[in-house]
Ligand binder design. Structure first.
Ligand code: MLT
Length: 270
């Protein structure tokens, strides 16, 4: 896996397809890593010849675990540094859940870099005080006991009942979570607790935007997607049935088809 460095922090990313394809950067959910995007990355290369870039955000996957917290603005700066590293003047940015929170921070920092935006199973609002306290509890649990109790606590909310019963999907989600360190999970949890409300950004989004949500998403239920759809000028909304929060992992083909259809309609995509 290739790497780049930001202020002495080594960050990993995966690249799929050839560098002359439409650049599409996909940001992962918490507390997973870029591996969650593999089916969609492969599908977009096969169908559209895209150049798909999948970072492991700081503290996750094979990336370094610097001292936290990791504010969304910090991770957005990492994303923009990766785009610079790859020489991408502009790119399609997609993020699921925490990946969406980071996408909002990229949008605030550098809206002109985005050719299109994909917001999946995410929400624009900040955490409530109760939500921040829960994040701190989760961060402390991760620091004390590592990723295992985090996986067991979070899994029931990440997938639909059908997905949870399937065996293979929860196993895949669990494996991605267990590969992360407690310190990295804590850094991201505390970073999410610090994020500002991004609702003010929604009416300013100038690029084509695709909003996707799993019909049974318990973490960021479909009403958040509906609100974003109503507030973003050039938006499309797609609801994926038989999917919970990690809609791309539960329905990989449906998710990839939706993204493919969206990218095909972009003026610059062939
Ligand atoms: C995620 O999927 O990234 C997280 O569940 C988001 C959150 O906890 O707000």
């Amino acid at each position: 896996m290739p790497t780049y460095t930001v202020d002495d922090v080594t960050l990993h990313y995966a690249e799929y397809g050839s560098a002359d394809g439409l650049p599409v950067m996909l940001l992962h959910a918490f507390p997973l890593s870029g591996g969650m995007w593999q089916p969609q990355a492969e599908a977009l290369v096969a169908s559209l010849g895209c150049h798909v870039i999948v970072p492991d955000l700081r503290g996750s996957g094979a990336s370094s675990v610097p001292l936290g917290p990791y504010p969304m603005e910090r991770m957005a700066a990492d994303v923009l540094a990766l785009a610079d590293h790859l020489g991408l003047a502009s790119f399609v940015l997609g993020g699921l859940s925490m990946g969406g929170y980071v996408s909002f921070a990229v949008l605030r920092a550098a809206p002109d870099r985005l050719r299109a935006l994909i917001l999946a199973d995410t929400r624009p609002g900040a955490d409530t005080a109760d939500g921040q306290r829960a994040r701190e509890g989760l961060a402390q649990l991760a620091e004390r006991e590592g990723a295992a109790p985090i996986a067991e606590t979070m899994l029931p909310n990440l997938l639909s009942a059908t997905g949870l019963a399937s065996g293979a999907i929860p196993d895949r989600v669990r494996a991605l979570i267990l590969a992360n360190s407690g310190a990295g999970i804590a850094g991201a949890a505390r970073g999410m607790a610090l994020r500002p409300d991004a609702s003010d950004l929604l009416p300013t989004i100038a690029c084509p935007t695709l909003i996707i949500v799993g019909e049974q998403d318990l973490v960021t239920p479909p009403h958040f997607a509906q609100t974003m759809f109503e507030s973003i000028p050039n938006a499309t909304l797609q609801v994926i049935s038989d999917a919970g929060h990690l809609s791309n992992m539960e329905q990989p083909d449906a998710f990839a088809d939706i993204v493919e259809h969206f990218l095909r309609a972009l003026p610059t995509a062939s």
